[in-house]
Every structure is written in structure tokens, then in C-alpha cells.
Design a protein around this ligand. Structure first.
Ligand SMILES: Nc1ncnc2c1ncn2[C@@H]1O[C@H](COP(=O)(O)OP(=O)(O)O)[C@@H](O)[C@H]1O
Ligand SMILES: [Mg+2]
Length: 511
């Protein structure tokens, strides 16, 4: 429609006022939601554009969601979710171009997802992308009461300018948050006093570990590393070696659990030619080869009693003989042992020598499981992302919510499990971000053991049945006893859930 010049003048004045107000609001602070809300209110108050909404893209769910709206209730806002390409909002996001629906009553594409418009006949709908350079961040949309006076093309022109202001504001906010977390990480890094090469840890517990390790590194003392599998015992042993004055000497590791008893003896002490069948030549053992350096005895709890006695002598006298040999060999080595077993318990059972234990336990270092130092998880994730991005030539990052999920998982396999998980995620990643839905189900669906109530008086099959029964009960409750829905929730078929409900007599109490 052609507007009269008076109407045009009045309109220009309003537009300028609105733009001025909005840029003032957006320049005031980074209280993002409050400010966007105020900006939308200006659209409504000055430009008479109603139900203004800002819908943003969420990479975690790959959907669009209303984040701020003026003139909608909380419930209506909550309903404002769209897939890419869905409805007008989804299309504008997809194509990155504005769309006008002159009369929403006549447009089948218009979803009225929020349910905000009771009567649709005299409403136009205007929708523009929130775009900065090539990046589309979301969509700005408004309702306009239909009238011949209004020039919708002119409306779009103004909305485009406002959308640019908002997109710049959002971008600035993103950069600001990034800088802020980077700065926080930096101060975080600076806060840590102790560091060991290649070992990540800012938690108090790990800082304690580093402190003891650094002190011990400067001595010749035997060190015992105690901790669950995958907590970094071998890594720390190596770091201690490289911090010590024998760092130029060899570091040799041997796993006492992986080798059968007689071979283990030969590995550790070496043998002379003819010592046993097959000993065609003489061979030095690890203790000899580690001379001037460090030997790491992993899984020391698995060392057979006969070898425990021989090891004790090495520690006490630094001397031993090769198998079948008579000559005493003297070595200068530091011994670092590691175990995930309770050696004191083993002493009580008579499977570990008490005198050896005291000799090994001069400086004990306890490595806490990962679930007891969640603060270290984000740093470890970053560390492994960098490592595997480099290894696989990728550039994968992780969303905040996926990171949070990983922080709250219990990591029974500790850092080793975390490392393997990140490697798999990097290999399998399709986009450039690891999101919640990329995480394996046992991480996202982990049951809180504490809420199940494990009872060691029951056998495992009975406990599993109790767990199954509990899960079905909970699912039924959550779905208002709708069996189809409960089955879906648990990933069962209707037949399966029906069978289990009968098996556990679960519906009996319900009328
Ligand atoms: N604090 C840590 N920082 C970086 N990587 C770690 C850390 N702890 C463990 N890792 C890595 O996790 C894996 C398992 O560690 P490892 O030392 O073999 O554990 P353990 O000997 O206790 O079973 C290794 O790849 C190791 O490099
Ligand atoms: Mg190990």
C-alpha cells in the first residue's frame, strides 16, 4: 500500500526512535535476556509490532527454541520449539532470508506452535534471520495487526536492521563469554602451584599428589603408588623419573600381573646360559637394564611370594644374582611400585609379605579416582580433545551440556576410560561439535547407584531383578501408568513390558 506522506513521516520518526532506544538498551550491559526483552518491548510499544520473539539455534538439540518473547506467556514460550526447516521460523533460519505471511489465517505453513493467536484472520507475520556475516544464529519474528495502512516491506527493512543489531549483540556476548571462561581457565591454571609434565590436575587432591611426587622425585626413596586402574599411576611414575636426577637414565616398566611366575623371574633378574632348558644364551634382567634409572613394578600385589623375597633383597642390598648365576650383581636403581589392591588386606591373608610392604611403602602416594576430582574433568577433556584432534586431523569441540554430562558420570575406568571415550567421540564426530546426543547411552542414562540400594546380601541375579522391577515401577509412575509410554521410555516393546508387569505383579495395587 502506498502510505500518505504524513503517515510516512510519522513512521520514519518512530522507526528512528525505536532504533535509537534498542541500540541504547543493547549497549548497556550483557544482561542478555533482560536486554533482549526490553528491545522487543520497544518493538511493541513504538512500532506496534506484537508478540515479538527471538528464536535461537541450539546445537545440542539441533533445534530452534524461543529464548525471549514479548507478549507471550511462559507456557507459550516453552512450546516454541522448531526443527530446522519447520514452519516459517524454521524456514527463515534454513534459507537465511526474511519471510512475510500477509495473513496467517490463509497460510498452511504457519504452525501457531505457541498457541498464542486465538483468532488468526487479521494478523500478518514477519520473520527475519538473525545473521552476522554468514552465520545464522536464529530468527526474529513479530505479529502485525493487518491493515491497509501498513507497508510490510518497509517493516521488513526495519526488522532487518534491528536483527543485525541483535545478532551483533549476541555475537559479542558469545565472544565475551568465551574470553571470560578462557580468562577463568587461565587464572585457574595459574592457581595451581605444583605441576608434573604431561599430568593434568588442578583439584586439591591432585595438587597434593604432585606436591608429594615432586618432593619424592628429589630423593632415592622407594615410592608406592596406590589407586584404581586408570588413575594415572604409570604416568606419575614416569613423571617422577623425569623430575629426578636420574632422568637421563632408563625408565623400565614391568607388569607383574601380566607374566607367569617363572618368566617373570627371568624378566626381572635375568639368567645365565644353561640356567634352564631353552636358556641358550645369557640375558640381563630388568633390574640390570634399569641401572642408573628407574624401574616401575606395576601391579605389585600380583608378585608371587617367592619373588617377593627376592625383591626384598634387591631393595635392601641393591644386589641379586641372575638365575643360574653365582656372581652378585650390584645396581643403582630407584624402585617405584604400583597397586590397585589393598596390600594390608593381603598381608592379613598371608599373600603379601609385611617386611616387603614396609620397604615399598616408604613414600606412599594415593591417586584418587576421577569421580572424586570432578574439577579435573574439563581440563582432561580439553587435553584429550587437543591430542586426538591433532592425531586425526580434526577440529572438534564439545558443547557445554555434553561437558556437564561427562563431569557427572562416575568414570569407573577413571582417566583411561575418559581418554578412550574422547578418542571415540573425535573419530565418530560428524559435525564439529560433540553434543549430548553423541554421548554413549551408558553415560547419559547412568543410574545413580545410591538410589538403587545395592544389597550385598542378595545374589547378583536377584539384585538385577529388583533393579528391573524398580525401573519399571518408576517408568509406569512417570507415564501415569500408560504402558505404551513406559515401554518407550525404557526401550522395551509393549509385549515385553506387559510380560514384566505380570511377572512382578506391578499393576495389582492400581485400581
Ligand atoms: N592426570 C592425567 N593427565 C593426563 N593424562 C592422564 C592422567 N591420568 C591418566 N592419564 C592417561 O590415562 C591413561 C591411563 O593412565 P595410567 O597411568 O596407565 O593409569 P594406571 O597405571 O593407574 O592404570 C594413560 O593414557 C594416561 O596417559
Ligand atoms: Mg596401569
Amino acid at each position: 500500500m502506498k502510505e500518505s506522506s504524513y503517515v510516512q513521516l510519522e513512521r520514519k520518526t518512530k522507526e528512528l526512535t525505536a532504533l535509537f532506544e534498542i541500540s541504547k538498551i543493547l549497549n548497556s550491559s550483557f544482561e542478555i535476556k533482560t536486554n533482549l526483552y526490553k528491545a522487543l518491548r520497544v518493538l511493541s510499544d513504538i512500532l506496534e509490532m506484537q508478540r515479538a520473539t527471538i528464536t535461537l539455534y541450539d546445537p545440542d538439540t539441533n533445534t530452534l527454541q524461543i529464548v525471549v518473547a514479548y507478549g507471550l506467556t511462559e507456557e507459550q514460550i516453552a512450546r516454541g520449539k522448531y526443527k530446522i526447516g519447520e514452519g516459517i521460523v524454521g524456514r527463515v533460519f534454513q534459507i537465511g532470508e526474511p519471510m512475510i505471511v500477509p495473513n496467517i489465517g490463509k497460510e498452511p505453513l504457519f504452525l501457531n506452535r505457541t498457541g498464542a493467536r486465538l483468532q488468526k484472520d487479521n494478523i500478518s507475520f514477519l520473520c527475519v534471520p538473525l545473521k552476522i556475516e554468514d552465520e545464522i544464529m536464529g530468527v526474529l519474528s513479530v505479529d502485525r495487526i493487518f491493515s491497509n495502512e501498513i507497508d510490510l516491506k518497509e517493516d521488513i527493512r526495519v526488522l532487518n536492521i534491528i536483527a543485525t543489531l541483535i545478532a551483533q549483540y549476541l555475537k559479542l556476548y558469545q565472544l565475551f563469554s568465551k574470553v571470560r571462561t578462557e580468562k577463568e581457565e587461565l587464572t585457574f591454571e595459574l592457581k595451581k602451584k605444583y605441576s608434573l609434565q604431561n599430568v593434568i590436575g588442578i583439584s586439591d587432591k591432585m595438587q597434593e599428589v604432585f606436591k608429594t611426587a615432586l618432593k619424592a622425585a628429589k630423593t632415592k626413596a622407594t615410592i608406592l603408588l596406590i589407586g584404581e586402574s586408570g588413575t594415572g599411576k604409570e604416568l606419575i611414575a614416569k613423571a617422577i623419573h623425569f623430575e629426578s636426577d636420574r632422568s637421563k637414565g632408563p625408565f623400565l616398566a614391568i607388569n607383574c600381573a601380566a607374566i607367569p611366575e617363572n618368566l617373570l623371574e627371568a624378566e626381572l633378574f635375568g639368567y645365565e646360559k644353561g640356567a634352564f632348558t631353552g636358556a641358550l644364551v645369557s640375558k640381563p634382567g630388568k633390574f640390570e637394564l634399569a641401572n642408573g634409572g628407574t624401574i616401575f613394578l606395576d601391579e605389585i600385589g600380583d608378585l608371587p611370594l617367592s619373588l617377593q623375597a627376592k625383591l626384598l633383597r634387591v631393595i635392601q642390598d641393591k644386589t641379586f644374582e641372575r638365575i643360574g648365576g653365582t656372581k652378585s650383581i650390584k645396581v643403582d636403581i630407584r624402585i617405584i611400585a604400583a597397586t590397585n589392591k589393598n596390600l594390608e588386606e593381603m598381608i592379613k591373608n598371608g599373600t603379601f609379605r609385611e617386611d616387603l610392604y614396609f620397604r615399598l611403602n616408604v613414600i606412599p602416594i594415593y591417586l584418587p579416582p576421577l569421580r572424586e576430582r570432578k574439577e579435573d574433568i574439563p581440563l582432561l577433556i580439553d587435553h584429550f580433545l587437543k591430542k586426538f584432534n591433532k592425531e586425526y586431523g580434526k577440529n572438534i569441540s564439545i558443547t557445554k551440556s555434553a561437558m556437564e554430562k561427562l563431569m557427572n558420570y562416575s568414570w569407573p575406568g577413571n582417566v583411561r576410560e575418559l581418554e578412550n571415550t574422547i578418542e571415540r567421540l573425535v573419530i565418530l564426530a560428524e559435525g564439529d561439535k560433540i553434543t549430548l546426543k553423541d554421548l554413549p547411552f551408558y553415560i547419559t542414562q547412568e543410574v545413580d547407584i545410591k538410589t538403587i540400594g545395592i544389597n550385598l546380601k542378595n545374589s547378583l541375579p536377584i539384585q538385577l531383578k529388583l533393579l528391573e522391577k524398580r525401573a519399571i515401577e518408576e517408568a509406569l509412575k512417570a507415564c501415569n501408568y500408560n504402558q505404551t509410554k513406559a515401554a518407550k521410555l525404557l526401550g522395551l516393546t509393549k509385549r515385553q513390558i506387559n510380560y514384566k508387569i505380570k511377572k512382578y505383579a506391578l499393576i495389582k495395587n492400581k485400581k
